[in-house]
Design a binder for this molecule. Structure first.
Ligand SMILES: [Zn+2]
Length: 65
């Protein structure tokens, strides 16, 4: 059946290419690329949190003075 065939394909989480299989990525390279992107995003998020925290501390210190 054509409908079940369409339902069973996945889109690669890295490049968005449609492929058949149980993996989240169409190839190992795409998986590696995605991991690198996730790591970079996590770093950026952590940096953002750190900045927000510093700003908050400074704001509290200024309000306390
Ligand atoms: Zn891919």
């Amino acid at each position: 059946m054509a409908t079940s065939k369409i339902a069973q394909h996945h889109h690669c989480r890295s490049c968005g290419k449609a492929f058949v299989g149980d993996d989240a990525f169409c190839s190992a390279e795409c998986g590696d690329t995605n991991q690198a992107v996730i790591k970079r995003k996590k770093k950026q998020l952590l940096f953002l949190y750190a900045i927000s925290f510093i700003v908050l501390i400074v704001a509290i210190l200024f309000m306390g003075l």
